[in-house]
Design a protein around this ligand. Sequence first.
Ligand SMILES: Cc1cc2nc3c(=O)[nH]c(=O)nc-3n(C[C@H](O)[C@H](O)[C@H](O)COP(=O)(O)OP(=O)(O)OC[C@H]3O[C@@H](n4cnc5c(N)ncnc54)[C@H](O)[C@@H]3O)c2cc1C
Length: 307
Amino acid sequence: MDPTMAYRGLVLRLAANPVVRRALTVNGRRLALRFVAGETLDDALQVADRLHQEGILAILNLLGEMVTAEDPARKFKEQLLRLVDAVADRPWARYISVKLTELGVDLSEEFAFNQLAEIVDRARKAGCFVRIDMEDSGHVDVTLRLYRRLRAAGFNHVGIVLQAYLRRSERDLENLLPLRPNVRVVKGAYSVPPEIAFPSKRQVNENYLALARRNLGAGNYTAIATHDQRIIHYLKGWTRQTGLDRDRFEFQMLYGIRPDLQRALSREGYTIRAYVPYGQDWYGYFARRVAERPENLLFVLRGLLRV
Ligand SMILES: Cc1cc2nc3c(=O)[nH]c(=O)nc-3n(C[C@H](O)[C@H](O)[C@H](O)COP(=O)(O)OP(=O)(O)OC[C@H]3O[C@@H](n4cnc5c(N)ncnc54)[C@H](O)[C@@H]3O)c2cc1C
């Protein structure tokens, strides 16, 4: 297996260890602030306001995942409704991202769908777009199902995510195309069984480009979510050559990662949106950012030694 994929799997397995989790939850909060806006909605709104002044739009994301009881899942829904109400008052484009496991999909698909539909309905009234994040490979089918149900119910201000590391994503996209989906293309951030994933970074990158070109070429709005400069450079050229209007796609990056590139794209006149996570349940998100880059593990280890 490609060393970067092996590194990700190793770090994510380590991060799931209860002892490591406890140690990092207690001592890592300060370090997590490199990637997370803060623990409160106000923290996130402040970051989004600041980004807006720099010409960068925000995707607000209440951190939470793998909820295993109805009460916390309902609390997440309530907080998400508050988030929708809060962004409705802001001067910038309204946009949130949600995770199905935060809404209780592991307890019951129907329960999660009802929770999601309530949020999406409130968001429609607030003029807010809702992106359903894609989680680990065990949740892809249910995520696609609930996305289809929302679209069938007439909710068109929702988008889906496809992960380039999964072999199945090409087929998933083909099956979605009749819906004219708004797709965010990502490489994929979870630990994934080798038999369903591309084994090398090169293949993941090739698949990334194939997915993005296919959705863009079919005339569907595409969020190119990556910090990979080569991919960004290529797709800037490709969209120019094919005469695709800049309002048919946007770039997306994560808060705290490559802010220089985010500002540069904004200056060039591209739509650029940063994913701004906030909340108390930051551990899983933080672990995935560390698992993306060995330098981040060094940053954490150095930070912990200074505690
Ligand atoms: C807006 C947005 C939404 C996302 N939503 C999802 C989702 O729903 N599901 C999902 O599985 N994944 C999601 N991801 C994460 C994605 O799958 C990748 O794990 C992540 O974007 C890193 O991959 P990359 O495309 O930037 O390319 P990489 O090849 O990993 O990185 C390219 C370059 O980006 C920089 N970089 C990348 N990661 C980091 C980091 N952690 N710290 C510092 N620098 C870094 C480095 O300069 C690196 O050389 C999302 C990413 C973005 C930007």
